[in-house]
Design a binder for this molecule. Structure first.
Ligand code: NBP
Length: 471
């Protein structure tokens, strides 16, 4: 019996996705560049072995899938995807669909679609989030493609996706690169969320001299309130863990230098290209880059040692509460930015990305999953919302939470504790709610040195200033 679907790439994500597909009753034919992995995977599939067809060649893979064939590519993003498409094409027909499920740059997805000829198979760009566990038991799935191709793969995607109160976390979000774009912004928001949590951890560790276990308990409490989310939950767990070798708290034996594979940076770059502020994401990407300068940081710490170690004075439970509310405010601002970038890209590329559906399919399965996203989905319901910060329910929340964020950022700054993402979120919020900003001075400067002209507040037209009269 032929398979319902094919899957190429049995790495961490591919292997788990294949097991998920098989467990949901679909027969799946699998192929991996390194053939031994294919057989090892099949051998270890246990009760699901019968639903999996191991294939040694791409020709074999194509033969083992019922036409018209849907084939998921889950290989390393970049050249490997182009190589696999080229190698696969000779064995496929026009009606077949190649689904790139890796973390592709959306520009590549758009290019790959353009490169396919009239008789080549269809191409779908699909973002998958949830890591290993999500791939195995239900990820969030962000699809870019035509409604026709989506209709064909929808049953299997719905079956394998995460569910939020019974609703599937898989959706078609627009044509061509829309799915991979949304996944990129998801990862950018994830960077900002993680960085803000790390900044709060830094305040509790260095400002209040609390132990990892004590900090973990605070996060555990917060996970029962408005911050309830997967990232807060795992932060509490990570902080409570003990290193088996040394008996020390696990976080204390981990080097303070964060890795990055590029999706956060892409999110910041795309925001910049669109001219849409995403300072929370940018600050988070930059913070990872600073974290990587470990030797330089050690030298700088020595050079500035006379400034003293950071210390927060006069803090009590009300400050811990302010940290919770401040983190919430920072999070709201960062998510507002991420959604604004998606809205801008959607207009730029004519994608029509439904922001409410996007928030809905992030409620479960993905790394940033939370109750909070259900509230975002409600705020964007029916469209027409410019920015989350203007949604009535979020305006009410920010009125109190922003005061806490201000308190946290100000106290941290005075103590010398770095809060780049939280401070960026606060700066964005304050700039965004300022009806008369300070760009009038920038326009004057631009006109002074470059005769760029400016608009007047009191009449229509383009004007130049009286600069030559000065001095
Ligand atoms: P892994 O590193 O676990 O696996 C990579 C896979 O790509 C292997 O099957 C490998 O085959 C294959 N591959 C490579 Br590398 N180069 C290839 C080439 N030139 N031709 C054919 N196959 C090639 O990666 P992973 O973590 O499973 O990630 C897969 C994709 O999913 C990536 O795009 C990643 O960004 C994305 N993603 C990962 C996560 C996560 O949490 N890990 C989450 C969401 C998305 P081999 O066995 O022969 O080396």
């Amino acid at each position: 019996q032929q398979a319902d679907i094919g899957l190429i790439g049995l790495g961490v994500m591919g292997a788990n996705l294949a097991l998920n597909i098989a467990e949901n009753g679909y027969r799946v034919a699998v192929y991996n560049r390194t053939v031994e992995k294919t057989h090892a995977f099949h051998q270890e599939a246990g009760a699901l072995k019968d639903k999996i067809i191991p294939c040694e060649t791409l020709e074999d893979l194509a033969k083992n899938i019922r036409a018209p064939r849907p084939i998921i590519l889950m290989v390393k993003a970049g050249e490997a995807v182009d190589e696999q498409i080229a190698a696969l094409k000779p064995f496929l027909a026009k009606e077949d669909i190649i689904i790139d499920a890796g973390n592709a740059n959306f520009h590549d997805t758009v290019r790959r679609l353009k490169e396919l000829g009239a008789n080549d198979p269809t191409f779908v760009g699909m973002g998958v989030s949830g890591g290993e566990e999500g791939a195995r038991h239900g990820p969030s799935i962000m699809v870019g493609g035509t409604p026709e191709s989506y209709a064909r793969i929808e049953p299997v995607l719905t079956a394998i996706s995460a569910k939020y109160e019974g609703e599937s976390c898989a959706a078609l979000l627009g044509p061509d690169g829309a799915g991979h774009f949304v996944k990129t912004i998801h990862n950018g928001i994830e960077y900002a969320d993680m960085q803000m949590i790390a900044e709060i951890y830094g305040i509790l560790r260095d400002g209040l001299a609390l132990s990892p276990v004590e900090i973990g308990k605070i996060f555990d409490t917060w996970n029962k309130g408005p911050l309830n989310s997967y990232l807060i939950e795992i932060t509490a767990k990570v902080l409570a863990a003990t290193d088996t070798e040394t008996g020390k708290p696990a976080v204390e034996i981990i080097v303070d230098s964060a890795g990055q594979k590029g999706t956060g940076r892409w999110a910041a770059i795309e925001a910049q290209m669109l001219g849409i502020p995403a300072t929370g994401i940018e600050a988070a990407v930059a913070a990872r880059s600073i974290s990587a300068l470990r030797d330089e940081r050690a030298r700088a710490a020595k050079a500035y040692a006379s400034l003293g170690a950071p210390k927060l004075a006069g803090t009590d439970q009300s400050f811990i509460d302010a940290l919770e509310q401040g983190l919430l405010a920072g999070k709201i601002a960062a998510y507002a930015q991420g959604f604004a970038v998606m809205s801008g890209a959607s207009a730029e590329h004519g994608w029509n990305i439904p922001l409410d559906t996007t928030a809905k399919i992030w409620r479960a399965g993905c790394i940033i999953r939370s109750q909070f996203l259900d509230e975002i989905a409600s705020a964007f319901a029916g469209g027409g919302q410019d920015n989350l910060l203007l949604a009535p329910s979020f305006v009410e929340r920010m009125k109190t939470a922003s005061t806490a964020l201000r308190d946290v950022v100000a106290k941290a700054a005075l103590a010398g504790l770095p809060t780049p993402a939280l401070a960026a979120a606060l700066g964005y919020f304050d700039g965004y709610r300022q009806a008369r900003g300070t760009a009038n001075l920038i326009q004057a400067q631009r006109d002074f040195f470059g005769a760029h002209g400016f608009k007047r507040v009191d009449k229509e037209g383009d004007f130049h200033g009286p600069w030559s009269d000065i001095g």
